[in-house]
Write a protein that binds this ligand. Structure first.
Ligand code: PXG
Length: 285
């Protein structure tokens, strides 16, 4: 099915939706993006995603040529134009086309692109039985090199980690930071359950502040579960009672094996299942 793609305020059929090969988003990965979900025609946590987009843009000195409120309207319009009830929205803002040189000041207008399409989920079997993940040798980007809080078009750090995981037969990879602490996975945040408490790395570990992460922390607080944002090591992961990942695409997905070691009982645990249900209710609200 051909989609209607939003580019700079207009809709184009998918086949005609094109941007310049001189765009620095393509030439240098110079730009920012968001991945959002629609549930029953409503975009989940739209304002939070837009806020993060504008913060990412600000961090790379990219002026998005429209107000945040208008961006929310544009996302909703794109969902409607594609009659998308449940699906995935990719919002991209590039630096725009310029010359063959790094200088962003030589770029013309930033390009705002919104795609709304169906989402390819992990197989149901992985939600039922839990995922196996592996710690990879590729470290999460040092925050002083490129802050992982910026959701930029430069995803090679994560892609290299993903490739290493795939070679080991795992669909997600666990990345450590430059200090050897647990950071996050290539497109998901990580949580542990231990002694009935929820543990997750703090933002200072060099991670993306996931929207799903924030929502799950809220769910846990509602459930009366203590939440600790604190530095974690691989040791903490190995001795955890439960482990799960969160992300816009994955939602909440249990992890039952890390580096070939069984986590907890080897089956998705009760706290994970409770938080999965609570998160699902939020998305359907
Ligand atoms: N860490 C990283 C590095 C991510 O890229 C998350 C955590 C989870 O954040 P959210 O806000 O989604 O809970 C992400 C999110 C894609 C895609 O198309 C990637 C993400 C989200 C949606 C789609 O690959 N990454």
């Amino acid at each position: 099915m051909s989609r209607q793609i939003y580019i700079n305020g207009k809709f184009y059929p998918q086949e005609d939706a094109k941007i310049s090969v001189y765009d620095h988003g393509l030439l240098y990965g110079d730009g920012v993006f968001e991945g959002l979900r629609a549930y029953n025609g409503n975009v989940f946590r739209l304002h939070e995603h837009i806020k993060r987009l504008y913060e990412s843009a600000k961090a790379i000195l990219l002026d998005i040529p429209m107000a945040a409120e208008k961006m929310c309207d544009a996302v909703n319009e794109t969902v409607r134009a594609n009659r998308l009830e449940n699906g995935y929205i990719r919002l991209v803002v590039t630096r725009g086309s310029g010359s063959l040189g790094l200088d962003p000041n030589r770029c013309s207008n930033p390009q705002v692109i919104i795609i709304a399409d169906s989402i390819s989920l992990y197989p149901q079997e992985m939600y039922d039985n839990g995922l196996e993940i592996v710690t990879v040798s590729v470290q999460r980007m040092h925050p002083a090199a490129l802050s992982p809080r910026i959701k930029s078009l430069n995803y090679l750090n994560n892609i290299l980690a993903k490739l290493e995981g795939l070679k080991a037969g795992c669909v997600e990879s666990l990345m450590l930071n430059h200090k050897g602490e647990v950071a996050e996975c290539t497109g998901d945040n990580i949580f542990l359950v231990r002694g009935g408490e929820l543990w997750t790395p703090p933002l200072e570990a060099g991670i993306l502040e996931g929207i799903t992460r924030d929502a799950v922390i809220e769910c846990a607080r509602d459930a009366g579960i203590a939440v600790r944002e604190q530095p974690l090591t691989k040791h903490d992961v190995y001795i955890a009672d439960e482990c799960f990942l969160t992300g816009t695409a994955a939602e909440v997905i249990p992890v039952v094996k890390v580096d070939s070691r069984t986590i907890g009982t080897g089956a998705p645990g009760p706290v994970t299942r409770d938080l999965e249900q609570r998160f699902k209710r939020l998305t359907q609200a």
